[in-house]
Design a protein around this ligand. Structure first.
Ligand SMILES: Cc1cc2nc3c(=O)[nH]c(=O)nc-3n(C[C@H](O)[C@H](O)[C@H](O)COP(=O)(O)OP(=O)(O)OC[C@H]3O[C@@H](n4cnc5c(N)ncnc54)[C@H](O)[C@@H]3O)c2cc1C
Length: 510
């Protein structure tokens, strides 16, 4: 691929380097366990850890390797400061529920810290102040409303017009003593503990369905059956919908992270702006220095400009504000947002209490994923949990949900129609190395990618989930679906659900 201003050639997250994670074999037989967990990110692993401590017999399946989903590609701030949200939550849910949300996230932070202390874990955990800032006149009033919401919810805070980081701001809202860590060093410990307590992990084992007889049974792509008392869908996007209509209730959004060194010393703190485009900043130790992580540039998956441009925008921002000495990492990932911005945690639908789901963390899954694990483990262990009702997927909040539902579906419908009518008539012979196009091949709409060896890879661009048209993601070299966020490699393999089947391969001779 062409190098863009010293940009690292391949997207690789810092967290997965320099860490020795255990690996596990594929599932090669059918199984019976108490709980079958699908997904080895923060949600699935924390749930497995909690259940195994209580002598519950657990199997965890991951379609890839564990900790290579969104959890392996996060920014890993452990905080209850989730952008501009508390004012909005008070108006949608009322003060009591908003206080519960804050409390739930602070409890999750406390659980993470206690677990770190319990195992004397070296996972670069550090308490930092969290700054929500704006440099836009238009956002000053919004930040003021958020500050008033902090007052109502009784969130300790300060307002500032100067912050330690040398960037222009007009105002900032500070939530003191929040946290940050190396998420995979932390979760590796939970995996090791879970293995010691008998959890069976299986990698490269995709779950494709749930079948109900007396007990729910997970069906894997290879045709094996995992029969359990409970199924936990910790697969980020629920792999089994159970007629809960999740595709209409979840919005996938990508964002980008760069890891750089600068000549400046990092002043401490975790930062995020209120306006668009998002700029989220923290640091993490690397070789006795600081790696500055700069994240942002959110957009709906499969929509918007060439994805490599988002990395360039972050690089330009870093260059202008701090000066880039070394551009070491770049990676991107997506997270899901629910209709009312509160995660869905609980039974997949009202009638299916033995299939539990946890999703929709809106890029705040370190705390929300930990809360999810506690809620789900407690409901299996038949323990009370103060946050269970708040997060239940069965809730219905008329006002914001209905409006967004309409907007969302209009957007999805456009992707279906636009995709079907477009015909770029791009000539394959004109493709550069590491470039892709969508064109007609033998009358069929086809995605064509030319790799570094000039080999062409042709796929049908119709997403195998609900038949929207995928778009090329140049930054990651993937085909991404704008409707529900499924992603496919350039050879068509599923990288990320909800799609379960690969894109159909095409050839010039079809
Ligand atoms: C750029 C970015 C920055 C972020 N920064 C922060 C932050 O600073 N703080 C914060 O709190 N949150 C942050 N988040 C959000 C947080 O990272 C996520 O919400 C969280 O990691 C989601 O965890 P998970 O366990 O639900 O999903 P994942 O980590 O994605 O795990 C799901 C697993 O399920 C597996 N899987 C999927 N389908 C199947 C199937 N059919 N069968 C078997 N396995 C399957 C996948 O392979 C994957 O391993 C950020 C998100 C993004 C995108």
């Amino acid at each position: 691929m062409t190098k863009h201003n010293n940009m690292p050639e391949n997207p690789e997250p810092f967290w997965r380097e320099l860490i020795d994670l255990p690996s596990f074999s594929k599932l090669k037989d059918s199984l019976k366990v108490d709980v079958g967990i699908v997904g080895g990110g923060i949600t699935g692993i924390t749930t497995a850890y909690l259940l195994a401590k209580e002598n519950i017999n657990v199997a965890l399946l991951d379609s890839n390797v564990i900790l290579n989903g969104t959890t392996g590609h996060t920014t890993a701030k452990v905080t209850a400061q989730h952008g501009l949200i508390y004012d909005e939550f008070i108006s949608h849910f009322g003060l009591e529920k908003t206080q519960l949300y804050y409390q739930a996230n602070m409890d999750a932070k406390k659980f993470i810290k206690q677990t770190i202390d319990q195992y004397n874990l070296k996972c670069d955990y550090k308490e930092e102040n969290a700054f929500l800032y704006t440099n836009s006149d238009d956002y000053l009033l919004k930040l003021e409303h958020e500050q008033k919401a902090y007052d109502k919810v009784k969130i300790p805070h300060e307002t500032k017009t100067n912050i330690p980081l040398d960037i222009p701001i007009k105002s900032a809202l500070v939530m003191p003593n929040q946290g940050q860590f190396h998420p995979l060093k932390y979760l590796k410990q939970l995996v090791d503990e879970s293995v010691s307590n008998g959890v069976q992990f299986y990698e490269n084992t995709a779950a494709i369905d749930v079948e109900y007889n007396k007990h729910p049974t997970i069906i894997t792509r290879d045709g094996y059956r995992v029969t359990c008392r409970y199924v936990i869908e910790a697969s980020h996007y629920p792999f089994y919908d159970g007629q809960g209509f999740y595709p209409t209730r979840l919005k996938p959004e990508r964002s980008y992270i760069i890891g750089i060194k600068t000549d400046k010393s990092y002043p401490g703190g975790m930062y995020i702006n209120a306006e668009s485009p998002t700029r989220s900043i923290r640091s993490t130790p690397i070789d006795d220095e600081n790696l500055w992580l700069i994240a942002g540039e959110n957009h709906r998956t499969g929509q918007g400009k060439s994805t490599i441009d988002h990395y360039v925008a972050l690089q330009n921002f870093a260059e202008k504000q701090f000066g880039v000495k070394d551009f070491i990492y770049r990676w991107s990932a997506q997270d899901l947002t629910t209709l009312d911005k509160l995660p869905y945690i609980g039974p997949v639908t009202k009638g299916q209490d033995s299939v539990l789901v946890a999703t929709g963390y809106r890029k705040w899954g370190m705390t929300n994923g930990t809360i999810a694990a506690q809620i789900l483990a407690d409901s299996i262990l038949e323990k009370e949990n103060p946050y269970k009702n708040l997060y239940t997927p069965a809730r219905f909040q008329g006002d914001p949900s209905v409006k967004k539902f309409a907007q969302f579906n209009t957007n999805v419908a456009k992707s279906l129609i636009k995709g079907k009518l477009d015909d770029t008539k791009e000539n394959i012979n004109n493709l550069d190395i590491d470039e892709a196009t969508i064109t007609r091949v033998n009358g069929e709409r086809t995605g064509v990618y030319k790799d570094k060896n000039a080999e062409l890879h042709l796929v049908d661009t119709t997403c195998t989930h609900l038949r929207c048209e995928v778009a090329w993601n140049s930054g990651e070299r993937t085909w991404d679906c704008p409707c529900h966020g499924s992603r496919f490699s350039y050879t068509g393999e599923v990288i990320e659900g909800p799609a379960k089947e690969p894109l159909e391969k095409r050839s010039l001779n079809d």
